[in-house]
Design a binder for this molecule. Structure first.
Ligand code: AMP
Length: 200
């Protein structure tokens, strides 16, 4: 099993055009629309020849996204810590399957190997991942696009909370400009296409 070497960020030299990290639930949620959105995102990434970077699980929205990308011949890059191999059913048939020792290494390898992030519906882990890269953007540590996929209005309460934090003076209004909302996978893909057209 390929083990992560902390000196190596897992960087690939093969060439899908772009790499998009998908943060999403290890569960499927209550609405069929969530699984459908995950399937659409995985398919769209493969069709665009963009690598899927994700947490390498074969469960919930994570598994659905990866299987859809694979079904359309997409390049899949998964990163999972040793202690989650069983709980999240490590998906070993990915194009690249990396096992790390810790959660922090996992998140770092995922982040270092992507050009943009899409956040699908998910739970505490997904929220943790979103806030980590949002706060890194707030600190000026990166400028990768962050897109919340607002399937069936799922992220509306989160955006309301962020607006509240800003209104109460705990964050600058510019925090709101560090991420974008997409209503559908097609919208998210369009936003990323426009971004990549500018950045190359
Ligand atoms: P969840 O949204 O809770 O289903 O988790 C989605 C993914 O985020 C899973 O692969 C989790 O292992 C991962 N994750 C990332 N960071 C964390 C964290 N700090 N706590 C829990 N899960 C996390």
């Amino acid at each position: 099993m390929p083990q992560f070497n902390p000196g190596d960020m897992g960087a690939c030299s093969t060439s899908p055009d772009q790499a998009v990290c998908v943060y999403c639930g290890s569960r499927s949620g209550t609405q069929p629309a969530y699984l459908a959105a995950a399937e659409e995102v995985g398919t769209a990434l493969a069709q665009a020849n963009w690598r899927l970077v994700y947490g390498a699980g074969d469960i919930g929205l994570m598994g659905q996204t990866a299987r859809a990308a694979q079904n359309f011949g997409g390049d899949t890059f998964g990163v999972i810590p040793t202690h989650l191999l069983d709980a999240e059913v490590g998906k070993r048939d990915l194009t690249r399957f990396i096992v790390t020792q810790t959660m922090h290494e996992r998140k770092k390898v995922m982040f270092m190997n992507c050009d943009a992030v899409i956040v699908l519906p998910g739970g505490a882990g997904t929220l943790d991942e979103f806030f980590e890269i949002l706060t890194w953007a707030q600190l000026g540590l990166h400028a990768k696009p962050i897109i919340l996929l607002n399937t069936d209005g799922f992220w509306q309460p989160l955006v309301a909370l962020i607006d509240h934090v800003i209104a109460q003076g705990f964050a600058a209004p510019s925090l709101r400009e560090l991420f974008r909302m997409a209503e559908t996978p097609a919208d998210a893909m369009g936003m990323l296409r426009a971004h990549f057209a500018q950045t190359g």
